[in-house]
Design a protein around this ligand. Sequence first.
Ligand SMILES: C[S@@+](CC[C@H](N)C(=O)[O-])C[C@H]1O[C@@H](n2cnc3c(N)ncnc32)[C@H](O)[C@@H]1O
Length: 222
Amino acid sequence: MKHGFWDERWRQGQIGFHLGRPHDWLVEAAHRFPPQARVYVPLCGKAVDLVWLRDRGHEVIGCEFVARAIEEFFREQGLEAATEHRVAGRGTPFECHRTPGLSLLRGDALETDPDLLGGPVDVIFDRAALVALDPACRTRYVDGLHRLLRPGGHVLLIAFAYEQSLVEGPPWSVDAGTIERLFSDRFRLETLAVRAEEGSPRFQAAGVAAMEERCCWLTRRD
Ligand SMILES: C[S@@+](CC[C@H](N)C(=O)[O-])C[C@H]1O[C@@H](n2cnc3c(N)ncnc32)[C@H](O)[C@@H]1O
């Protein structure tokens, strides 16, 4: 999905994905994060997970391309940010909004590179990020995650699966087989939890009664 689609969703306040509290599976898996880890949160929206991770002593870097999401984040968290301009390797401009322990990059998460993030990260927290991207972008996105992560680093992935033929995303369906196909050649996969979730009203209207939410801990092999 392109920037205009998400910009409009944020403008209209159609952000049913926003939880307003740390994700319970992040809280449960947090003991797995190395102390004082550098944590990257792609497609971060205004997730309070960002501050929760920062408050646990991690250095957190989020990426989000909708300006309103970033403004709402800093306003709602009562944080002041200094802004600087950066350019990723392929010449893509990013705005970096920095506050101690936490930086939000405004720009396209498909264009990030390790230098832009200040070096490789220890953990990537993907909640509703892979599922938000057009399926055609998945391989590029996963290649990018692999590049951003240090060898032995981890991805905490939270994704949803449902009968894709009933309705179009986002969120797009990412089932266990898709995760295996995308990651298993370069990552060790561990499933931490699976549960049924109620679909949004749009999904229910399309006949999607339940979605499967899955949490995986992926470790970069080399
Ligand atoms: C489904 S939301 C998830 C937000 C967040 N992870 C959470 O759990 O609340 C996806 C977010 O990614 C942003 N987004 C979508 N595509 C993006 C891209 N290519 N680069 C940066 N942000 C993107 C959207 O604006 C939206 O805020």
